[in-house]
Design a protein around this ligand. Sequence first.
Ligand SMILES: [Zn+2]
Length: 331
Amino acid sequence: MKRWTESVADEVTYDNLGSIAITKKGSGSGPKVMLAGHVDEIGFLVKSIDDNGFIRLHPIGGWWGHVLPSHPVTITTKKGDKLTGLIGSKAPHGMPADVRNKVMEIKDLFVDLGVRNKGEVELLGVSIGDMVTPKSDFMVLGNPNFLAAKAWDDRIGAIIATQVLLNLKDRQHEADVVAVGTVQEEVGLRGAKTAAYLVKPDVAVSLDVTIATDTPGDDNRIKMGFGVTMELADSSHLGHRGLLGHLEEMAKGLNLPVQFELLAAGGTDSGEIHKSFDGVIAVTCSIPSRYIHSHYALIHRKDVADTITLLTEFVASLNWDTVEKIRVFNR
Ligand SMILES: [Zn+2]
């Protein structure tokens, strides 16, 4: 994010957890708007190494064991070496039904580095607490609008925030715009809280993926490739009605279709941002994604492009009059 925004950034700061805040200043004494995407991803820590050199995992963030067997991971050592390991799986041949029908639990999984014993693991520099992350490559699907990668949750949010900042390059705007890459979202929206106190925003838009429900057996409520998705509610936050209304109206004016999301489980950075200070006007814009929290999630180019268009126009036109209108709407 820092490298990408070099040509537009007026100021780059960090909170003490590691979140980055990149500011592009407005023309004067306008409001401050925070665009937040979380840059962490789900993964593991090395929990233990057994005598035969197999590694057990401590999960960081929400995993379902079912998506892991036979998938590669990267272990990052203290020295910074990156080692490839494979999560072990069993062949189905002759497997008893009770084993075959059971979803694998994380505690039963292990990483195979192809070594003979614990000593060889230690020689490679691996120690307890080392970071373990999914290993997978970016792919473009048959329909090239569909992009597969790990950790779209939520690097795509950080990408959108950054791109909006870049889009303001040759434009007049009153608001100070701050693109923020928050950390530790997956373990409880922690970086969003400290970053909000760092930035002190008047208005905030969090960007995160949401669960697309347009696959077989699901309810087809939230579709990929639809356009803009705004979140009315999740388990951490109720979208600010004034700001939702304002963004919906702007989207209409820009001919961008909008769908509304209600997320029963799971929070977003807005959950902490809106509770900072005496309350921050905040909403979450979502990118519908299939297969999140696995080695390959999907996003759709149109959803990303439309969201960038809407937020660019929103921050470019934001001034204190708009903020006051939005705030009063909520009373
Ligand atoms: Zn997530």
